[in-house]
Write a protein that binds this ligand. Sequence first.
Ligand code: NDP
Length: 477
Amino acid sequence: TSAQIGVTGLAVMGRNLARNFARNGYTVALHNRTVARTHDLVKEFGHEGDFVATEAAKDFVAALERPRRLMIMVKAGGPTDAVIQEFAPLLEPGDMIIDGGNAHFADTRRREKELREHGIHFVGTGISGGEEGALHGPSIMPGGSTESYDSLGPMLEKISAKAKDGAPCVTHVGADGAGHFVKMVHNGIEYADMQLIGEAYQLLRDVAGYSPAQIAEIFRTWNTGRLDSYLIEITAEVLSHADAATGKPFVDVVQDQAEQKGTGRWTVQIALDLGVPVSGIAEAVFARSLSGHHALRQASRGLAGPKPAPLAEAEARAFADRVEQALYASKIVSYTQGFHEIAVGSDEYDWNIDLGKIASIWRGGCIIRAAFLDRIRAAYDARPDLPSLLSDEAFAQEIAEAQDDWRDVLVAATRQGVPAPGFSAALAYYDALRADRLPAALTQGQRDFFGAHTYRRTDREGSFHTLWGGDRTEVEA
Ligand code: NDP
């Protein structure tokens, strides 16, 4: 029998994707550098479907029907290049290599170009949903050629998550690295969402005076409304969990140093290169790195600042409602920034990405899945050329209603000395965008003063320079 798809790299992700394909009726060829993993998979899950276990690279390739579909699920970076170098010489024009790892989109562009010269389709594919998603249905973001999607799309649609309306959470994102680019921004938004939720938690704890268990209940209530999402749901689970060894809230026995694997950082690095202000995502990345500076935090412990005093019950309740408004408004802003980055990346690399489609395929399977994404999809469907999510009338209206509470929450956070960099960056972005005048005019004046960098005027065309060191007359530059 020849297999419709082959998976090489059978750690948690590859193994579960292979099972997902098999459970959906596809014959799946298996390969892994360490052959024991291949045989273990068949031993444990062989009954779930049709697997073809192989050991040698040439046998793996020979097991695939043509054009071949070969999926790589190995560690991103060097290992992915090594595996490509191993298999590409064994393939023929028209064959497809699907890289489902968390590759940097620039690597994907390079690999796609190299393989295209040999007639091989390289399909860099973002996959979100972790181990469980891989098995039961992830959100899938494939890039690469249209031709490869014609062949792969139906299979990916089958194994993907389905949104509430039944739509598969996969779409052809765009050429070459588009899929990995969008996956990267997905992860950046995920960082921002997690940071905002963390700030809401800390405010409810320190300003309102609630316990983790009480905050879990508040999150459960929020999860029945417009904040309905996977991340809010699991937050309530984590907060209500008690440590078995000590009986204390789990969240109080975990070291408060957040780690990161790099996709959030890439989102910010690329945004800097593209000139896109993703301040909310940046604050989320910085908050994680700040938390990890143990010695610096130790050395700063005694610095002056207010000690939060918990609110009385009725006030605490009202404050929690305001935090919900602040969280929701800040969330709109971080998605606005993330989608802006996708739009600019799409222009830069000619990907022609359909932003509404991206919102649509994030509705199920992935970590940021949320009811909210349906709203974003609707906003782009109604106006595909929407310059910003904030220009959508419905979102603008919601922020208009939330903004007083949002500001109040930040006043309380500032007064009580509770850091809320995500809420605060989001509000600053909002206020900067709606401002009539920005101090950027002064910045241009300073630049012209010290570096003759010139400026443009509000009332006339052209570039100008003031002779600051001389008689301060203005000259046309
Ligand atoms: P790992 O990232 O831990 O990678 C382990 C796999 O890579 C093993 O199969 C290993 O083979 C193989 N491998 C490593 N180096 C080489 C090499 N030089 N040559 C050949 N094979 C090699 O596995 P995961 O399943 O966690 O992730 C797979 C990919 O999916 C990664 O790119 C990851 O970033 C991405 N991803 C992971 C998610 C997750 O939740 N874990 C979510 C979404 C994407 P061996 O058994 O021989 O050591």
